[in-house]
Ligand binder design. Structure first.
Ligand SMILES: Cc1cc2nc3c(=O)[nH]c(=O)nc-3n(C[C@H](O)[C@H](O)[C@H](O)COP(=O)(O)OP(=O)(O)OC[C@H]3O[C@@H](n4cnc5c(N)ncnc54)[C@H](O)[C@@H]3O)c2cc1C
Length: 464
């Protein structure tokens, strides 16, 4: 057994862990990076990148089928070759993963350990069977895994998660997607546009991350054009029948349905990876999910020299947040006890559907009643959106009544990912609706829709 004495041990070589490692090194600490699984990160291997590759293929198929109204015709059927689609998804994905692996492997051997880490006590980690690490401080950056309810676990290889989709060699014929969160919506619409018969079984009316009821209802109707979407489904039974799965579920009206699918794709949320850490060997206080209780600003677990970053803490499970948190956790671990709060960027999240969903700043649900006005625009008659025949969408922008500052937005609409950046930058700069309206708007662009929403908010403030 090898023994190592180190300032900072970083557990997990994902996006958060790699940032933490670099930040702790830059602050002058001796650091070791511990990884139990494959190098390459969740984002590149089975997350952000392969999902966007699958979506890109789906958008190409959808565009080819949607040309006729422009007078442009594809003579003959649009044919999707599932094997070619998956070959490109996996080939490009492997290219992205290759860059991350190369960069991770460029870290000197003596600063990397391969094996799962578990705590022996507050400051000692066992890595695999081979190394004992005495660390003055620890960064937990172990990521998260898909949650699969017990009902689906009994279905064997016919109950799948996102990781399995990106291992397919061909596309399936018929899929049930359980869970209408971000991952469910993105993969569900992509599979449907690539020709699969998709049924999405959501619960409690959820449509991705949306919290504004009007936007949620609008988005639900948009997705119903792509696939069969039950927003209030209750699955009562899931049984394996040969190479298929039979599901029995009730819809929102209480009516019973039964159907058979090739696969059940479970997108019912993710859980922080804590199971292999043996936290019971430490004096860390843990919450109901088994995650150490931590300060969301400093990322520090109680008064311990332990910091938690990325999906492992489940605050904002997004790539850029994982990288920012990793950087802060690594820096704090290196400088401990001189610990600083993390300065978060303006909140931004995007669902890469078409039309896209985006949220910036405060959620509608979290705004105090009466403290804000809602500016609205429909993209149905928005000039450029109509030109491109992408004129579906509804946007709400929220503006504080007293300060006239833009505080948040929720919407579904064309080019949402780009408009989300304009809005998050405006939010981070603390702009008022007047300052935003004084910015340039070219013509004709989708952003003119945003201007209409801002004008509608300003008009409401004017009559108060
Ligand atoms: C399908 C999908 C699509 C997504 N799309 C987007 C998107 O478009 N935009 C976006 O911003 N975010 C997206 N995300 C989220 C994003 O991928 C994550 O927020 C991000 O990858 C989290 O990084 P991380 O470092 O926390 O975790 P990870 O990258 O998962 O790293 C954690 C690492 O810890 C290792 N580990 C776990 N336990 C131990 C242990 N005990 N010892 C040693 N090593 C251990 C794991 O093997 C893993 O390598 C998506 C996620 C999914 C699943």
């Amino acid at each position: 057994m090898k023994t190592l004495h180190i300032d900072v041990a970083v557990i997990g070589a994902g996006s958060a862990g790699l940032s933490a490692f670099r930040a702790a090194k830059a602050a002058g600490a001796s650091v070791v990076l511990i990884e139990g699984g494959a190098y390459g990160t969740t984002c590149a291997r089975v997350g952000c990148m392969p999902s966007k590759l699958l979506i890109a293929a789906a958008e190409a198929a959808h565009a080819a089928r949607s040309m006729a109204p422009f007078g442009v015709h594809v003579d003959g059927a649009v044919r999707v070759d599932g094997r070619e689609v998956m070959a490109r998804v996996k080939g490009e994905r492997d290219r992205f993963v290759g860059f991350v692996v190369e960069s991770t492997e460029s870290i000197p051997d003596e600063e990397r350990l391969i094996g799962y880490a578990q705590f022996i006590d507050d400051n000692v980690l066992q890595v695999g069977e081979h190394t004992r690490v005495h660390a003055k401080r620890v960064v937990i950056a172990t990521g998260s895994s898909p949650y699969v309810p017990a009902m689906y676990q009994a279905l064997g290889d016919r109950a799948i998660v996102n990781d399995d989709v990106f291992a397919w060699d061909d596309l399936p014929r018929k899929v049930a997607v359980v869970g209408a969160g971000v991952i469910g919506l993105e993969l569900g619409q992509a599979l449907a546009w690539l020709g699969a018969d998709v049924t999405m079984l959501g619960a409690r009316g959820r449509v991705g991350p949306l919290s504004d009821p009007a936007i949620k209802d609008y988005a639900r109707d948009v997705f119903r054009d792509s696939f069969h979407f039950e927003t209030h489904a209750q699955v009562e039974a899931a049984t394996r029948e040969g190479d298929s799965v039979r599901l029995r579920y009730r819809d929102g009206a209480g009516e019973l349905h039964e159907d058979t699918f090739d696969y059940v794709l479970v997108t019912a949320g993710r859980r922080p990876n804590m199971d292999k850490l043996a936290l019971h060997n430490t004096t860390l206080e843990v919450d109901a999910r088994g995650v150490p209780v931590f300060d969301p600003l400093t990322l520090q677990a109680g008064k311990h020299p332990v910091f938690i970053a990325g999906d492992a803490n489940d605050v904002l499970p997004l790539l850029h947040e994982a990288a920012d948190e990793g950087r802060a956790a690594g820096d704090n671990a290196a400088r401990y006890p001189d610990v600083k709060p993390l300065v978060r960027r303006a909140a931004i999240s995007v669902v890469f559907s078409e039309p896209g969903i985006a949220m910036v700043g405060a959620r509608f649900l979290d705004l105090a009643d009466g403290s804000f006005v809602t500016g609205e625009v429909s993209f149905e008659d928005q000039g450029r959106s109509r030109v491109m025949l992408r004129n579906r969408g509804l946007m709400h922008v929220y503006v504080d009544r007293d300060t006239r500052r833009f505080v948040g937005a929720e919407w579904i609409g064309p080019d949402a990912e780009h408009i989300a950046h304009l809005l998050s930058w405006a939010l981070q700069m603390g702009l008022t609706v007047d300052a935003m309206l004084a910015m340039p708007f070219y013509h004709p662009v989708v952003e003119e829709g945003l201007r209409s929403a801002l004008r509608s908010a300003a008009a409401q403030l004017a009559v108060m």
